[in-house]
Design a protein. Structure first.
Length: 247
């Protein structure tokens, strides 16, 4: 059985090794949502996506109102020969001293509920991300910071997926998964390698994803705008760092 367990029928060990080689070479890989959707049944994705309808405003960003809604949680994952094991870690504040906009800030995000952290949809996606991290590095013990984020863009206010501009987040790897995108334009991702041309693409269909080696590349996402009324962009971001070490 492969690193994903029995549910990973659309993503073979070979495809995983190819993605890992891509990341080793370029610092990132873009993953088609259609392939990642084979990792979980459609009804699991549907119920998992509903958790994005219950996110409080990101007060660290907006002071209460505004365009970004989010929750944060932490999980330890051990990648084994069969299914990975998951352990929910205590909630903490979130700190990113490497980014000038957030230096010195202890950001308080609402916790992700345990039923969301241990949902089969979360397990499928974080299981995939950690399997990929293991394929790249050979390590098997990971500590994840998990962010559920909804950007809401109105007629009068753009959504800013990366208000810090072009940046790196200070992790080993980051899995970035689109959950849904409605009435939304913009939101183009740019990955900047250390050498060569930047790569640009837009995550459009559920589970379109990008996985980056945060130490090798920087990234940025352009503002979102509504096509008609209210542009929604729901993302799952998975910060991936070796277990037992500082972020
Ligand atoms: Fe980022």
């Amino acid at each position: 059985m492969g690193a994903f367990g029995p549910a990973a029928n659309g993503f073979t060990e070979h495809a995983l090794e190819e993605a890992a080689a891509d990341i080793a070479r370029s610092g990132y890989t873009a993953l088609d949502g259609g392939r990642l959707r084979t990792l979980l049944p459609a009804d699991v994705l549907e119920t998992f996506s509903q958790f994005w309808n219950d996110l409080p405003a990101d007060e660290a960003l907006t002071g209460g109102g505004g365009y970004r809604y989010r929750r944060y949680g932490r999980v330890r994952v051990e990648v084994g020969a069969e299914e990975p094991s998951f352990e929910v870690l205590p909630h903490t504040t979130f700190r990113q001293d490497g980014i000038p906009l957030w230096r010195g800030a202890e950001r308080e995000f609402a916790p992700i509920e345990e039923k969301a952290l241990l949902h089969p949809g979360m397990a499928a996606l974080t299981g995939f991300d950690t399997a990929l991290a293991t394929a790249i590095s050979g390590r098997r013990s990971w500590e994840l910071g998990i962010h559920q984020i909804r950007m809401v863009a109105g007629q009068d206010e753009d959504g800013l997926p990366t208000p810090e501009g072009r940046h790196r987040d200070g992790h080993w790897y980051i899995g970035m998964h689109l959950l849904s995108r409605e009435d939304c334009q913009g939101g183009e991702s740019t990955i900047y390698p250390e050498q060569g041309e930047p790569a640009k693409f837009t995550l459009r269909t559920p589970l379109d994803s990008v996985f980056v080696d945060d130490r090798q590349v920087t990234h940025e996402v352009s503002p979102t705008k509504p096509i008609q009324h209210t542009g929604i962009r729901d993302m799952l971001l998975v910060d991936i760092n070796p277990g037992g070490e500082a972020r």
